[in-house]
Design a binder for this molecule. Sequence first.
Ligand SMILES: [Zn+2]
Length: 75
Amino acid sequence: MSDEMPPTCSAKGCRAAAVWVLAWNNPKLHTPERRKTWLACEEHREHLSQFLGVRGFLKDVVALAQWEARSAADG
Ligand SMILES: [Zn+2]
């Protein structure tokens, strides 16, 4: 396994460890199957979800561990 820094929250100024992955897609910029991801700590999950949600971009909110397991399975 690697010694990479643990992923941190994508919220501005937040350096907390990420717990959630927000998968999103901007239909004006991205093809439908494309997924951009933001990471969120427990505190910012709601805030970031709402930011994406009101724009209609939010596709999925998945626990980071689950997301990584899913990615590994896909690979
Ligand atoms: Zn945060």
